[in-house]
Design a protein around this ligand. Structure first.
Ligand SMILES: Nc1ncnc2c1ncn2[C@@H]1O[C@H](COP(=O)(O)OP(=O)(O)OP(=O)(O)O)[C@@H](O)[C@H]1O
Length: 229
């Protein structure tokens, strides 16, 4: 589904991504993990068609990121550009007008599970509630690729499991979902694969089950060990 070959992204003298190659199949949930500034958001932005590679090659379902891939990629960026004064119901309408694969009923259902009224305004909500609105909107597209950048960092720990289960209930079975996060302990139970990044490079990649078996520890413990060294 996603083929990345020798991808490099430079911002002036900063190399945010350095010769990254990855192949990601459908029907997988992938954790994109690593320290601050290691290139996770840059990679997501390139896959979402919001930023251009400096070098290398990216294909999603056989197409370079652009108009077509935007129609099959549902992206939840780490900072929202949705109008803060908008009511949730207007955002549902906006997504419905803009994305042909958007399912308003799925969105209302998710919001109900999160206990969020469609009459509420974004700027009247807490950070965690706003994140849940963004999750509901993003997951209500019948996309082939879901890109979630820190989707639950503002959600309180007690509600994270519930939010992640709601995400899982909405993801299309043949889709690939990439979740960039620092919250490895909270999220590892839903991951099939993990990508560890450092300084713009892929440090380690593999099935979470294999990483746990090889290291004899949880993904979170293994993650801490790798980044402590
Ligand atoms: N528009 C930009 N202009 C200049 N440098 C940038 C830009 N975007 C990202 N960078 C730099 O590229 C590197 C990677 O940033 P990126 O946001 O991809 O990291 P990240 O892994 O998502 O970090 P975090 O976990 O803190 O969100 C950093 O050194 C950052 O300063």
């Amino acid at each position: 589904m996603i083929n990345i070959q020798h991808l490099t992204k430079r911002f002036g003298h900063i190399t945010a991504l350095d010769d990254v190659s990855l192949q990601l199949e459908g029907n997988r949930i992938v954790g994109l993990l690593g320290e601050n500034g290691c290139g996770k958001t840059t990679l997501m932005n390139i896959l979402a068609g919001m930023n251009q590679p400096s070098d290398g090659h990216v294909e999603i379902a056989g197409h370079a990121p652009g108009e077509y891939t935007k129609s099959i990629v549902s992206y939840l960026p780490d900072t929202s550009n949705l109008p803060p004064r908008a009511h949730v119901k207007s955002l549902i309408q906006y997504f419905d007008d803009f994305f042909t694969d958007f399912k308003p009923e799925t969105c209302r259902n998710l919001l109900e599970q999160f206990g969020i009224s469609v009459d509420a305004r974004l700027n009247e909500m807490s950070k965690g509630q706003r994140e849940k609105v963004y999750v509901a909107l993003t997951m209500s597209r019948e996309a082939s690729v879901y890109l979630l950048d820190e989707p639950i960092s503002g959600v309180d720990p007690a509600a994270r499991d519930h939010t992640l289960k709601a995400i899982l209930s909405a993801v299309r079975p043949d889709a690939v979902m990439i979740i960039a996060t620092h919250l490895v302990a909270d999220i590892e139970f839903i991951l099939d694969d993990a990508i560890f990044m450092r300084h713009g490079k892929v440090l380690r990649t593999g099935a979470v089950e294999d990483l746990r078996a090889e290291s004899h520890q949880s993904l979170n413990e293994y993650f801490k060990e790798v980044y402590a060294s």
